[in-house]
Design a protein around this ligand. Sequence first.
Ligand code: 5AD
Ligand code: SF4
Length: 482
Amino acid sequence: MSERKQIEISKEKIEEQDKFIELLHRTNEDYFNKSGSRKTYSLVTYGCQMNEHDSEMLISMLESMGYARSISEDKADLVIYNTCAVRENAELKVYGNLGHLKSVKKNRPDMKIAVCGCMMQQPHVVEEIKKKYRHVDLIFGTHNLYKFPQLLSDTFGREKMLVDVWDVDGEVVEGLKSDRKFSVKAFVNIMYGCNNFCTYCIVPYTRGRERSRLPEDIIFEIKELVSNGVKEVTLLGQNVNSYGKTLEESKKITFAQLLREVNEIEGIERIRFMTSHPKDISDEVIYAIRDCDKVCEFLHLPFQSGSTALLKKMNRHYTKEDYLNIIKKAKSEIPNIAFSTDIMIGFPGETDADIDDTIDVCEETRYDSAFTFIYSKRTGTPAARMENQIPEDVKHQRFDRVLEVVNRISAEKNEEYDSKIVEVLVEGSSKKYSDIMTGKTRQNKTVNFTGGGEDLVGKIVNILIKETRSFSLNGELVEIIR
Ligand code: 5AD
Ligand code: SF4
């Protein structure tokens, strides 16, 4: 199908949903007029930024349907779990919550319960919910999010659970509105799915094959965001460095070219992106970060393990040396670059010597922040069938060893900022104290500061750092730059 045709179809599909939005809006207004209170929703999101962004779109639809946010899950008229399948823990929480809602729904039979997201793309999960959690009203997947108003509307007057989960290689549907959480920064999907099949990872099975959005659609969306006051965008994809590969020949551009095009958009202050796969990051991407004034000096580059042998078993397609060479190149081309990463502990067959390699990479790169994960067995992935699964207590000991190194380095990196002036994009007031404002540096460091108020939101300011902590910096306003 041609891409232009695809956009036209998207428009039709979205417009079709407007009917259902209006229908539910009317029903909810009637309810409000009669009862004096609004129908409410509670939406819980698990997992990555993609899910966060999907939830923003769900919220936008819910609010157009006249739902108000509920203060408590048990009191909500509609509860939605947007689930994650990457690790078992998040899955168990969803089952636990669904179990709890069973008794709540007994007392409030009109309550609607919907589950969506990556977990629902796994047939065994859907079967489990159908069998053990019959009080659920609606199950939908990751590719038919735009159809939510219709699906929700179909649950009314229906006894049986409604299940609408598509094949994983769903199309790209353009034009969905989203309720962005921050007025200052926004996520923008540039691609969906993943073709890499790292042997531990469920994502290629739940989010399907890689599909890139058209550059003009991405640029259009960002321009619209900017006109609504957004100053920072994060370009999202499972593997942004392979952006463009699925585009028609005449539209093909690389990720580096996309960065350069986004950099030309007037009014945007900062550009970030995630996630980068070390096997695909090209020198051109590093040069684009170096050359583009709005692209922040920050690279999230998951390495998972420092052991070349384990990386092979993980199907990652790079060695410890390849990875460190990329870091070296980035450090030499981009002054002040900060790094973050994902590290996995306890992959099948892992030895203490493999952990030494992982610690080596941490010491050599010196990450500003690192997300450490204990390997979690995912049904259907090759690693789940591998021999030499690591016992839980060994995983935890190794995890603690790596965490200590990672935390020490982060704290040391932050100490380097003591008494320095840093450039911060102000995001809002701190959660705890209203007289303390908060924002981020270009290197993605959280800075809390005194001396300014809400009028600074969206502004770029200079802050003098007075105190450094492991995960944040505290300081004082020096001047407003713009
Ligand atoms: N177990 C633990 N961590 C995982 N990740 C992906 N799959 C698993 C798994 N089965 C981690 C990887 C990835 C991050 C988003 O989640 O480190 O980079
Ligand atoms: Fe999972 Fe690997 Fe794809 Fe990342 S690149 S989503 S870890 S399969």
